[in-house]
Design a protein around this ligand. Structure first.
Ligand SMILES: [Zn+2]
Length: 305
């Protein structure tokens, strides 16, 4: 049995084919059609049929999207892929390909990819957190993504700053950012890699890229050290609340800021004071697969543990 995972982005569509041992056997990448929905369907179908021809069978099809398919209406909400936004993509792709096509958002595919790694299968409940341009989450229980009632479970970036976070940021002096969702003070703009840079700019008065802030931190520059300590505390407050709600066995971090190794040492130490006394800080690890996680996680949508 072959498992195909497709990672569909705004510019590229990638298909990867895996066997049931999760070995990668084939990969193909094409441009995402910009406007025409029928062309978009045919482009996805051609990738799948190329793989079918290569393996002499109909593989299962899972899709990772920068958005979600509404579970009640079947309509896709993927604003940065105009050709397929607001369309019943699963119904149409399933009909076109003659098999059940499944889809999940990128963050759930990221979490699935990590949860299915051999060394992580000991953890029943995996929470994936992406510290990239934005902050997002994916939830995986026993190898299956949890997407919730409408399909937006794990949209943790739109949790809002709380009492402790505002106190840490200095109440009236706290920078309040507008979020892409239309709201204000969403975690997306604070504990993401982008938030790390915006806060440094607004609290320290200098616009630097995250790798430069991190380099100054490792050189022991006081302002950068203070800032990183503050940001770790901010992450502990925000991620602590998420742990209180979910109590995961493992948290896996992805996205650019997840490469900052100091987090794996400092965050577990900062968390307990924001958790219940009986709570346990989960294992916190860096993603193994990183950017190639999308196709792996999408392929895992049809796997059963
Ligand atoms: Zn938001």
């Amino acid at each position: 049995m072959m498992y195909y995972g497709l990672d569909i982005g705004g510019t590229k569509i990638e298909l990867a084919a895996f066997d049931d041992q999760f070995n990668l056997l084939h990969k193909e990448r094409v441009d995402t059609p910009k406007e025409d929905y029928q062309r978009w369907i045919e482009t996805v179908a051609a990738l799948v049929e190329n793989a079918d021809k290569k393996f002499g069978e109909q593989g299962s099809v899972g899709i990772g999207l920068p958005g979600f398919v509404n579970r009640e209406t079947g309509i896709a909400e993927i604003t940065n892929i105009r050709a397929a936004d607001n369309k019943p993509i699963l119904r149409d792709l399933s009909a076109r390909l003659g098999r059940e096509v499944r889809a999940e958002n990128d963050a759930n595919c990221f979490a699935l990819s990590e949860a299915w790694a051999a060394e992580n299968q000991q953890y029943p409940f995996v929470l994936g957190l992406i510290l990239g341009t934005g902050f997002g989450g994916g939830l995986v229980f026993d190898g299956k993504a949890h997407s919730g009632h409408v399909g937006m479970a794990g949209e943790l970036g739109h949790i809002q700053l709380n009492y402790h976070a505002l106190k840490l940021l200095g109440w009236d002096n706290a920078p309040i950012y507008k979020c892409g969702c239309g709201n204000e003070a969403c975690l997306d703009t604070y504990i993401s890699g982008r938030g790390f840079e915006m806060l440094y700019r607004d609290l320290k008065g200098e616009a630097l890229k995250a790798p430069d802030i991190i380099a100054r931190f490792y050189q022991g520059e006081q302002s950068a050290v203070e800032f990183v300590e503050m940001h770790i505390e901010l992450m502990a407050i925000c991620i602590g609340n998420i742990i209180t709600a979910l109590d995961p066995d493992m948290i896996v971090l992805g996205g650019g800021l997840s490469n900052f190794d100091h987090i794996y040492d400092a965050l577990p130490k900062a968390l307990p004071k924001h958790l219940l006394r009986s709570a346990k800080v989960p294992v916190i690890k860096k993603a193994i697969f990183g950017d190639s996680g999308g196709v792996r996680g999408a392929a895992a949508l049809h796997m059963v543990r």
